[in-house]
Design a protein around this ligand. Structure first.
Ligand code: FES
Length: 289
């Protein structure tokens, strides 16, 4: 089966460099406005372990789709009006979570994201005017159905960003499937410098290795957010525990267990068990295979 023509238009969007003139200042603005790391982490969905935005999208889209149904049911206008208002009220926090994720994306994702946001902005505008019309006794249905079309187009683009461009996906999900179960040697302990990141390869899987005395911590070397090489990251300490900051969008992971300490990543780094046998460091990934 051939893909639908609209998909080809969306793929073209990814390469429209003139969109950078809008996307780049918007990205900088989002970074400037959403500053406290606790707020950013919350909006990214770090406590949930996956992005918050798709969950929040359910509220306005669910309300507006329900309003579209009630708009053809006689006697349901008051309920439809409440739902249209609920969608409008929930659009801002939903958009804020989306913008926060978007601002840490690749340039192709930023370009599609700008059009995604524009479509949703048009939808919010149409639903807002529809709400005003309804509160003044008018029908507001035509505007609401136009808004539904716009938010559907925005949703199509959001789906492209999430599934085709893998924005918000776990980019380390493949690691347990590509590592053989059991213990694997990664070389002598004495070859590892203390307090510095070292890269080792386990087959085709890059690892980042960090040694403190005889204790060795090993994480998958590709960032779960958008695949940055973590060997280029930096080490800092939190309460004496080493943390690794990604070089691209500054997600921070616990070196000891891969836990996300700060987003935009929401998925942990695969963390290997380690042991030293006859002077050699061996690693084993729980749930490998
Ligand atoms: S690739 Fe984005 S935080 Fe690592």
């Amino acid at each position: 089966m051939k893909t639908l023509r609209p998909l080809q238009y969306v793929e073209n969007l990814e390469n429209l460099t003139w969109l950078d003139r809008v996307a780049n200042p918007m990205r900088d603005l989002v970074h400037a406005v959403v500053r406290p790391s606790a707020v950013r982490d919350l909006l990214h969905g770090v406590p949930l372990g996956h992005p918050l935005h798709p969950l929040m999208v359910l509220v306005p889209t669910g309300a507006w789709v329900s309003a579209a149904v009630l708009d053809v049911v006689p006697g349901s206008k008051p309920a439809a009006t409440i739902l249209v208002g609920m969608g409008v009220a929930s659009a801002a926090p939903t958009a804020l979570a989306g913008w926060t994720d978007w601002a840490d994306g690749h340039e192709q994702q930023l370009r599609v994201g700008v059009v995604h946001a524009a479509a949703n902005l048009v939808a919010v505008g149409l639903y807002s005017v529809s709400l005003v019309q309804r509160l003044r006794g008018g029908s507001g249905r035509l505007l609401a159905y136009s808004g539904l079309l716009a938010v559907s187009a925005g949703g199509f683009l959001g789906g492209h960003m999430a599934y085709r461009q893998a924005m918000g996906a776990n980019h380390a999900e493949d690691v347990p499937h590509r590592v053989e179960p059991g213990w694997h040697s990664i070389g002598p302990l004495t070859d590892l410098p203390e307090g510095e990141l070292e890269q080792r390869m386990l087959g085709e899987i890059p690892l980042v290795v960090f040694r403190e005395g005889n204790e060795v911590s090993v994480l998958s070397g590709t960032c779960s957010h958008l695949s940055a090489p973590l060997i280029e990251g930096t080490i800092s300490y939190d309460d004496g525990d080493p943390c690794l900051t990604c070089p691209w969008h500054h997600s921070m992971f616990s070196v000891k267990n891969g836990e996300v300490l700060h987003g935009p990543a929401t998925s942990p780094q695969p963390s290997f068990d380690t042991r030293v046998v006859a002077g050699n460091v061996e690693v084993s990934l729980p749930n490998a295979g």
